[in-house]
Write a protein that binds this ligand. Structure first.
Ligand code: APR
Ligand code: PHB
Length: 411
Protein backbone atom coordinates (compact mmCIF):
# COMPACT_ATOMS: atom_id res chain seq x y z
CA UNK A 1 0.00 0.00 0.00
CA UNK A 2 1.43 3.32 -1.04
CA UNK A 3 2.70 5.43 1.82
CA UNK A 4 2.98 2.61 4.36
CA UNK A 5 6.37 1.37 5.46
CA UNK A 6 6.91 -2.40 5.88
CA UNK A 7 9.14 -1.67 8.90
CA UNK A 8 7.70 -0.52 12.20
CA UNK A 9 8.28 3.21 12.43
CA UNK A 10 9.84 4.30 15.70
CA UNK A 11 8.88 7.94 15.76
CA UNK A 12 10.88 10.27 17.98
CA UNK A 13 11.64 8.35 21.17
CA UNK A 14 14.47 5.85 21.43
CA UNK A 15 13.54 2.20 21.71
CA UNK A 16 15.16 0.14 24.50
CA UNK A 17 17.11 -2.02 22.00
CA UNK A 18 18.40 0.83 19.83
CA UNK A 19 22.21 1.05 19.81
CA UNK A 20 23.56 3.98 21.82
CA UNK A 21 27.00 5.59 21.53
CA UNK A 22 28.11 5.79 25.14
CA UNK A 23 30.51 8.32 26.68
CA UNK A 24 31.23 9.77 30.12
CA UNK A 25 31.83 13.21 31.58
CA UNK A 26 31.64 14.87 34.99
CA UNK A 27 28.77 17.30 34.39
CA UNK A 28 26.18 17.23 31.59
CA UNK A 29 24.78 20.71 31.03
CA UNK A 30 21.47 20.93 29.19
CA UNK A 31 20.99 24.22 27.33
CA UNK A 32 23.49 26.63 25.76
CA UNK A 33 21.90 29.88 26.85
CA UNK A 34 23.93 32.17 29.09
CA UNK A 35 23.49 29.86 32.13
CA UNK A 36 24.77 26.70 30.47
CA UNK A 37 27.62 28.40 28.61
CA UNK A 38 28.82 30.35 31.64
CA UNK A 39 28.69 27.26 33.85
CA UNK A 40 30.67 25.14 31.38
CA UNK A 41 33.30 27.86 30.96
CA UNK A 42 33.76 28.43 34.71
CA UNK A 43 33.93 24.68 35.37
CA UNK A 44 36.49 24.25 32.59
CA UNK A 45 38.71 26.92 34.17
CA UNK A 46 38.60 24.96 37.45
CA UNK A 47 39.48 21.69 35.74
CA UNK A 48 35.97 20.19 35.73
CA UNK A 49 34.82 18.56 32.49
CA UNK A 50 31.36 19.08 31.02
CA UNK A 51 29.35 18.46 27.87
CA UNK A 52 26.70 21.01 26.81
CA UNK A 53 23.63 19.75 24.90
CA UNK A 54 21.61 22.41 23.05
CA UNK A 55 18.38 21.76 21.15
CA UNK A 56 18.76 24.66 18.74
CA UNK A 57 21.49 25.69 16.31
CA UNK A 58 24.17 28.17 17.32
CA UNK A 59 22.72 30.74 14.88
CA UNK A 60 19.25 30.39 16.40
CA UNK A 61 20.56 30.88 19.93
CA UNK A 62 22.39 34.02 18.77
CA UNK A 63 19.31 35.45 17.06
CA UNK A 64 17.36 35.84 20.31
CA UNK A 65 17.18 39.44 21.55
CA UNK A 66 17.02 39.74 25.33
CA UNK A 67 17.69 42.34 28.01
CA UNK A 68 21.05 43.99 28.45
CA UNK A 69 21.76 45.30 31.95
CA UNK A 70 24.50 43.55 33.93
CA UNK A 71 24.99 43.90 37.68
CA UNK A 72 28.57 44.34 38.93
CA UNK A 73 28.52 40.80 40.33
CA UNK A 74 27.58 39.47 36.86
CA UNK A 75 30.37 41.55 35.31
CA UNK A 76 32.80 40.08 37.87
CA UNK A 77 31.67 36.53 37.09
CA UNK A 78 32.12 37.13 33.34
CA UNK A 79 35.62 38.50 34.05
CA UNK A 80 36.31 35.39 36.14
CA UNK A 81 35.16 33.33 33.16
CA UNK A 82 37.74 35.24 31.05
CA UNK A 83 35.11 36.65 28.70
CA UNK A 84 35.25 40.26 29.91
CA UNK A 85 37.51 41.85 27.26
CA UNK A 86 34.89 42.92 24.69
CA UNK A 87 32.37 43.79 27.41
CA UNK A 88 34.94 46.15 28.98
CA UNK A 89 35.61 47.75 25.56
CA UNK A 90 32.08 48.01 24.21
CA UNK A 91 29.82 47.92 27.28
CA UNK A 92 28.37 51.18 28.59
CA UNK A 93 28.76 51.96 32.28
CA UNK A 94 25.55 53.51 33.66
CA UNK A 95 25.62 55.35 36.95
CA UNK A 96 21.88 55.96 37.17
CA UNK A 97 18.43 55.45 35.63
CA UNK A 98 15.58 57.87 35.05
CA UNK A 99 12.05 57.20 36.28
CA UNK A 100 9.30 59.23 34.69
CA UNK A 101 5.71 59.51 35.94
CA UNK A 102 3.54 61.39 33.48
CA UNK A 103 5.86 64.34 32.89
CA UNK A 104 7.86 64.29 36.13
CA UNK A 105 11.34 62.76 36.06
CA UNK A 106 13.34 61.45 39.01
CA UNK A 107 16.91 60.22 38.59
CA UNK A 108 18.15 57.31 40.70
CA UNK A 109 21.84 58.06 41.10
CA UNK A 110 23.58 54.72 41.72
CA UNK A 111 27.01 56.27 42.28
CA UNK A 112 25.76 58.72 44.89
CA UNK A 113 23.27 56.40 46.62
CA UNK A 114 25.11 53.08 46.68
CA UNK A 115 28.55 53.83 45.21
CA UNK A 116 28.13 51.52 42.23
CA UNK A 117 26.97 51.25 38.63
CA UNK A 118 25.61 48.73 36.11
CA UNK A 119 26.96 47.69 32.72
CA UNK A 120 24.75 47.94 29.62
CA UNK A 121 25.84 45.10 27.32
CA UNK A 122 23.38 42.88 25.42
CA UNK A 123 22.72 39.32 26.49
CA UNK A 124 23.23 38.22 22.89
CA UNK A 125 26.78 39.60 23.06
CA UNK A 126 27.40 37.85 26.40
CA UNK A 127 26.24 34.61 24.75
CA UNK A 128 28.47 35.18 21.69
CA UNK A 129 31.54 35.87 23.87
CA UNK A 130 30.89 32.71 25.89
CA UNK A 131 30.43 30.58 22.74
CA UNK A 132 33.72 31.89 21.33
CA UNK A 133 35.51 31.16 24.60
CA UNK A 134 34.12 27.61 24.73
CA UNK A 135 35.19 27.03 21.10
CA UNK A 136 38.68 28.41 21.76
CA UNK A 137 39.08 26.07 24.75
CA UNK A 138 37.89 23.06 22.72
CA UNK A 139 34.71 22.80 24.82
CA UNK A 140 32.28 19.99 24.04
CA UNK A 141 29.09 21.61 22.82
CA UNK A 142 26.47 19.69 20.86
CA UNK A 143 24.02 21.89 18.94
CA UNK A 144 20.79 20.52 17.51
CA UNK A 145 20.72 17.74 20.11
CA UNK A 146 17.24 16.20 19.79
CA UNK A 147 15.15 14.14 22.25
CA UNK A 148 17.29 15.01 25.27
CA UNK A 149 16.15 12.74 28.12
CA UNK A 150 17.26 12.50 31.76
CA UNK A 151 17.84 9.02 33.16
CA UNK A 152 18.38 7.98 36.81
CA UNK A 153 19.17 11.54 37.92
CA UNK A 154 18.60 10.63 41.56
CA UNK A 155 21.10 7.76 41.44
CA UNK A 156 24.90 7.79 41.74
CA UNK A 157 25.11 7.30 37.98
CA UNK A 158 22.89 9.78 36.18
CA UNK A 159 22.74 9.52 32.41
CA UNK A 160 21.47 11.76 29.64
CA UNK A 161 20.47 10.47 26.24
CA UNK A 162 19.99 12.49 23.05
CA UNK A 163 19.82 12.05 19.31
CA UNK A 164 22.13 13.82 16.89
CA UNK A 165 21.99 13.30 13.11
CA UNK A 166 19.85 10.20 13.65
CA UNK A 167 22.32 8.54 16.04
CA UNK A 168 21.32 7.91 19.65
CA UNK A 169 23.91 8.92 22.29
CA UNK A 170 24.11 8.36 26.03
CA UNK A 171 26.39 10.22 28.44
CA UNK A 172 27.02 8.96 31.93
CA UNK A 173 27.93 11.68 34.43
CA UNK A 174 28.15 12.67 38.10
CA UNK A 175 25.76 15.62 37.85
CA UNK A 176 23.21 17.13 35.47
CA UNK A 177 22.79 20.92 35.29
CA UNK A 178 19.35 21.87 33.92
CA UNK A 179 20.15 25.17 32.16
CA UNK A 180 17.43 24.68 29.54
CA UNK A 181 15.22 27.69 30.18
CA UNK A 182 11.54 27.99 31.00
CA UNK A 183 10.37 25.56 28.27
CA UNK A 184 13.10 22.96 28.80
CA UNK A 185 13.01 19.25 29.55
CA UNK A 186 14.67 19.27 33.00
CA UNK A 187 11.96 20.86 35.15
CA UNK A 188 9.37 18.99 33.08
CA UNK A 189 11.04 15.67 34.05
CA UNK A 190 10.30 16.15 37.76
CA UNK A 191 7.13 14.40 39.01
CA UNK A 192 4.48 17.01 39.89
CA UNK A 193 4.30 15.96 43.54
CA UNK A 194 8.02 16.64 44.06
CA UNK A 195 8.04 20.26 42.89
CA UNK A 196 6.17 23.36 44.03
CA UNK A 197 5.46 26.05 41.43
CA UNK A 198 4.72 29.68 42.32
CA UNK A 199 3.48 31.93 39.56
CA UNK A 200 2.02 35.32 38.73
CA UNK A 201 1.10 36.07 35.13
CA UNK A 202 0.66 39.78 34.37
CA UNK A 203 -2.26 40.88 32.19
CA UNK A 204 -0.07 42.63 29.57
CA UNK A 205 3.06 42.17 27.47
CA UNK A 206 6.02 44.23 26.30
CA UNK A 207 6.39 45.05 22.63
CA UNK A 208 10.09 45.63 21.97
CA UNK A 209 11.93 47.03 18.98
CA UNK A 210 15.59 47.32 18.12
CA UNK A 211 16.67 50.11 15.78
CA UNK A 212 19.90 51.51 14.40
CA UNK A 213 19.29 54.91 15.92
CA UNK A 214 21.06 56.98 18.55
CA UNK A 215 19.73 56.28 22.08
CA UNK A 216 17.25 58.78 23.43
CA UNK A 217 19.39 59.57 26.45
CA UNK A 218 22.67 58.54 28.04
CA UNK A 219 20.68 56.58 30.62
CA UNK A 220 17.65 54.26 30.57
CA UNK A 221 14.26 55.94 30.98
CA UNK A 222 11.46 53.95 32.63
CA UNK A 223 8.13 55.75 32.06
CA UNK A 224 4.77 55.20 33.73
CA UNK A 225 1.96 56.91 31.80
CA UNK A 226 -1.79 56.57 31.95
CA UNK A 227 -1.59 54.94 28.46
CA UNK A 228 0.84 52.36 29.85
CA UNK A 229 4.51 51.73 30.54
CA UNK A 230 7.38 52.60 28.16
CA UNK A 231 11.14 52.01 28.37
CA UNK A 232 14.00 53.59 26.43
CA UNK A 233 17.10 51.41 26.51
CA UNK A 234 20.09 50.82 24.25
CA UNK A 235 22.68 48.35 23.03
CA UNK A 236 25.39 50.84 22.02
CA UNK A 237 25.82 54.51 21.05
CA UNK A 238 24.28 53.61 17.68
CA UNK A 239 21.66 50.95 18.49
CA UNK A 240 18.59 51.53 20.65
CA UNK A 241 16.09 49.21 22.29
CA UNK A 242 12.60 50.51 23.08
CA UNK A 243 9.55 48.93 24.68
CA UNK A 244 5.89 49.80 25.19
CA UNK A 245 3.45 47.89 27.35
CA UNK A 246 0.86 46.25 25.06
CA UNK A 247 -2.14 43.99 25.28
CA UNK A 248 -1.54 40.23 25.44
CA UNK A 249 -3.87 39.90 22.45
CA UNK A 250 -1.73 42.20 20.30
CA UNK A 251 0.16 40.72 17.35
CA UNK A 252 3.47 42.12 16.10
CA UNK A 253 1.89 42.65 12.64
CA UNK A 254 -0.56 45.13 14.18
CA UNK A 255 2.34 47.32 15.22
CA UNK A 256 3.90 49.11 12.24
CA UNK A 257 7.06 51.02 13.06
CA UNK A 258 5.13 54.29 12.70
CA UNK A 259 2.49 53.14 15.18
CA UNK A 260 5.21 52.11 17.62
CA UNK A 261 7.04 55.46 17.47
CA UNK A 262 3.78 57.35 17.81
CA UNK A 263 2.70 55.40 20.89
CA UNK A 264 6.14 55.56 22.46
CA UNK A 265 6.25 59.35 21.93
CA UNK A 266 2.84 59.82 23.54
CA UNK A 267 3.97 57.91 26.63
CA UNK A 268 7.32 59.64 27.14
CA UNK A 269 5.75 63.03 26.39
CA UNK A 270 6.68 65.91 24.07
CA UNK A 271 9.78 67.09 25.92
CA UNK A 272 11.63 63.77 25.77
CA UNK A 273 10.24 62.64 22.42
CA UNK A 274 11.54 65.86 20.83
CA UNK A 275 14.99 64.22 21.14
CA UNK A 276 13.84 60.82 19.81
CA UNK A 277 15.57 59.59 16.66
CA UNK A 278 13.25 57.17 14.87
CA UNK A 279 14.11 54.69 12.15
CA UNK A 280 13.18 51.27 10.77
CA UNK A 281 13.06 48.46 13.33
CA UNK A 282 15.59 45.65 12.88
CA UNK A 283 13.78 43.39 15.34
CA UNK A 284 10.30 43.54 16.80
CA UNK A 285 8.72 41.09 19.23
CA UNK A 286 6.14 40.77 21.99
CA UNK A 287 7.01 39.10 25.31
CA UNK A 288 4.53 38.19 28.04
CA UNK A 289 5.40 39.15 31.63
CA UNK A 290 5.58 36.49 34.29
CA UNK A 291 6.91 35.91 37.81
CA UNK A 292 7.66 32.23 38.40
CA UNK A 293 9.66 30.13 40.85
CA UNK A 294 10.05 26.34 41.09
CA UNK A 295 11.11 24.86 44.44
CA UNK A 296 13.37 23.10 45.18
CA UNK A 297 16.14 23.47 42.61
CA UNK A 298 17.89 20.19 43.39
CA UNK A 299 16.59 16.66 42.77
CA UNK A 300 19.27 14.12 43.64
CA UNK A 301 22.06 14.88 41.20
CA UNK A 302 20.01 17.19 38.97
CA UNK A 303 20.30 20.94 39.58
CA UNK A 304 18.02 23.52 37.98
CA UNK A 305 19.72 26.78 36.98
CA UNK A 306 18.47 30.11 35.58
CA UNK A 307 15.22 30.35 33.62
CA UNK A 308 14.64 26.60 34.08
CA UNK A 309 13.77 27.37 37.72
CA UNK A 310 12.59 30.98 37.72
CA UNK A 311 11.30 33.83 35.58
CA UNK A 312 11.04 37.51 36.45
CA UNK A 313 9.20 40.21 34.52
CA UNK A 314 11.84 42.32 32.72
CA UNK A 315 11.10 45.56 34.58
CA UNK A 316 14.09 45.27 36.93
CA UNK A 317 16.40 43.66 34.29
CA UNK A 318 17.08 40.77 36.68
CA UNK A 319 16.67 37.67 34.43
CA UNK A 320 20.24 37.22 33.24
CA UNK A 321 21.69 38.44 36.54
CA UNK A 322 19.74 35.85 38.51
CA UNK A 323 20.87 33.13 36.11
CA UNK A 324 24.46 34.28 36.69
CA UNK A 325 24.12 34.13 40.48
CA UNK A 326 22.74 30.56 40.29
CA UNK A 327 25.72 29.64 38.10
CA UNK A 328 28.10 31.24 40.61
CA UNK A 329 26.63 29.22 43.51
CA UNK A 330 26.58 25.94 41.58
CA UNK A 331 30.09 26.39 40.24
CA UNK A 332 31.52 27.08 43.71
CA UNK A 333 29.66 24.06 45.10
CA UNK A 334 31.00 21.77 42.35
CA UNK A 335 34.54 23.06 42.89
CA UNK A 336 34.15 22.31 46.62
CA UNK A 337 32.97 18.83 45.75
CA UNK A 338 35.67 17.98 43.18
CA UNK A 339 38.67 19.81 44.64
CA UNK A 340 38.02 19.59 48.38
CA UNK A 341 35.67 16.57 48.59
CA UNK A 342 33.13 18.71 50.45
CA UNK A 343 29.43 18.22 49.70
CA UNK A 344 27.87 20.86 51.96
CA UNK A 345 27.57 23.62 49.36
CA UNK A 346 25.98 21.25 46.83
CA UNK A 347 23.50 20.15 49.50
CA UNK A 348 22.70 23.81 50.25
CA UNK A 349 22.53 24.97 46.58
CA UNK A 350 18.75 25.10 46.32
CA UNK A 351 18.26 26.93 49.60
CA UNK A 352 21.10 29.40 48.95
CA UNK A 353 19.98 30.20 45.41
CA UNK A 354 16.28 30.50 46.32
CA UNK A 355 16.92 33.02 49.07
CA UNK A 356 18.46 35.44 46.56
CA UNK A 357 15.92 34.55 43.84
CA UNK A 358 12.95 35.49 46.01
CA UNK A 359 14.46 38.89 46.78
CA UNK A 360 14.88 39.56 43.06
CA UNK A 361 11.35 38.24 42.43
CA UNK A 362 10.06 40.70 45.02
CA UNK A 363 11.90 43.64 43.44
CA UNK A 364 10.83 42.76 39.87
CA UNK A 365 7.20 42.34 40.95
CA UNK A 366 7.32 45.63 42.89
CA UNK A 367 8.82 47.62 40.02
CA UNK A 368 6.36 46.05 37.56
CA UNK A 369 3.42 46.92 39.84
CA UNK A 370 4.68 50.47 40.30
CA UNK A 371 5.19 51.30 36.62
CA UNK A 372 2.43 49.54 34.62
CA UNK A 373 -1.16 50.23 33.85
CA UNK A 374 -3.22 47.22 34.96
CA UNK A 375 -6.50 46.63 33.11
CA UNK A 376 -8.46 46.92 36.34
CA UNK A 377 -6.58 50.04 37.50
CA UNK A 378 -8.93 52.40 39.31
CA UNK A 379 -8.38 56.04 40.24
CA UNK A 380 -7.36 54.80 43.68
CA UNK A 381 -4.66 52.48 42.26
CA UNK A 382 -3.20 55.19 40.05
CA UNK A 383 -3.01 57.63 42.94
CA UNK A 384 -1.20 55.03 45.05
CA UNK A 385 1.31 54.56 42.20
CA UNK A 386 1.82 58.33 41.96
CA UNK A 387 2.19 58.58 45.75
CA UNK A 388 4.88 55.89 45.61
CA UNK A 389 6.69 57.85 42.91
CA UNK A 390 6.43 61.01 45.07
CA UNK A 391 7.92 59.09 47.95
CA UNK A 392 10.82 57.87 45.78
CA UNK A 393 11.42 61.37 44.44
CA UNK A 394 11.40 62.93 47.91
CA UNK A 395 13.14 60.29 49.98
CA UNK A 396 16.79 59.35 49.82
CA UNK A 397 15.96 56.18 51.78
CA UNK A 398 13.35 55.07 49.22
CA UNK A 399 15.66 55.90 46.29
CA UNK A 400 18.51 54.02 47.97
CA UNK A 401 16.32 50.92 48.35
CA UNK A 402 15.57 51.01 44.62
CA UNK A 403 19.23 51.63 43.71
CA UNK A 404 20.46 48.83 45.99
CA UNK A 405 18.14 46.32 44.34
CA UNK A 406 18.69 47.58 40.79
CA UNK A 407 22.48 47.37 40.95
CA UNK A 408 22.05 43.89 42.47
CA UNK A 409 21.96 42.37 45.94
CA UNK A 410 25.16 40.59 46.98
CA UNK A 411 25.71 36.96 45.93
N1 APR B 1 17.26 20.14 25.11
C1 APR B 1 18.37 20.92 24.93
N2 APR B 1 18.36 22.26 25.04
C2 APR B 1 17.20 22.85 25.37
C3 APR B 1 16.02 22.11 25.60
C4 APR B 1 16.08 20.71 25.46
N3 APR B 1 15.00 19.93 25.65
N4 APR B 1 15.03 22.96 25.92
C5 APR B 1 15.56 24.20 25.88
N5 APR B 1 16.87 24.14 25.54
C6 APR B 1 17.80 25.27 25.36
C7 APR B 1 17.17 26.45 24.66
O1 APR B 1 17.17 26.29 23.25
C8 APR B 1 18.05 27.60 25.12
O2 APR B 1 19.13 27.83 24.23
O3 APR B 1 18.19 25.78 26.61
C9 APR B 1 18.61 27.13 26.46
C10 APR B 1 18.07 27.96 27.62
O4 APR B 1 18.54 29.27 27.51
P1 APR B 1 17.76 30.53 28.09
O5 APR B 1 16.31 30.42 27.82
O6 APR B 1 18.47 31.74 27.58
O7 APR B 1 17.93 30.39 29.69
P2 APR B 1 19.19 30.70 30.62
O8 APR B 1 20.47 30.24 29.99
O9 APR B 1 18.82 30.23 31.98
O10 APR B 1 19.31 32.27 30.60
C11 APR B 1 18.61 33.11 31.41
O11 APR B 1 17.91 34.30 29.50
O12 APR B 1 15.65 34.06 29.14
C12 APR B 1 16.61 34.94 29.51
O13 APR B 1 15.64 36.51 30.97
C13 APR B 1 16.39 35.37 30.89
O14 APR B 1 18.19 36.74 30.81
C14 APR B 1 17.79 35.52 31.33
C15 APR B 1 18.55 34.44 30.72
C1 PHB C 1 16.84 46.06 27.51
O1 PHB C 1 17.75 46.84 27.18
O2 PHB C 1 16.41 45.21 26.72
C2 PHB C 1 16.24 46.17 28.85
C3 PHB C 1 16.77 47.07 29.76
C4 PHB C 1 16.20 47.18 31.02
C5 PHB C 1 15.13 46.40 31.37
C6 PHB C 1 14.59 45.50 30.45
C7 PHB C 1 15.15 45.38 29.20
O3 PHB C 1 14.56 46.54 32.59
Amino acid sequence: MAGLSVHPVVSGRASAQEKRLKTRTQVVIIGAGPSGLLLSQLLHLRGIESVVLERQSREYVLSRVRAGVLEQATVALLEQAQVGARMRREGLVHEGVLLQFDSRVHRIDFRDLVGSSVMVYGQTEVTRDLMNARDAAGGQLVYEAQEVALLDYESERPRVSYRKDGQLHEIECDYIAGCDGFHGVCRASIPADRIALFERVYPFGWLGILSRTRPLDEELIYTSHSRGFALASMRSHAVSRYYVQCSLDDKVEQWSDDRFWEEFSLRVGPEISARLETGPSIEKSIAPLRSFVAEPMRFGNLFLVGDAAHIVPPTGAKGLNLAASDVGYLCRALVDRYQHHRHEALAAYSETALRRIWRAERFSWWMTSLMHRFPETTGFDRRVQVAEFDYLAGSRAASTALAENYIGLPH
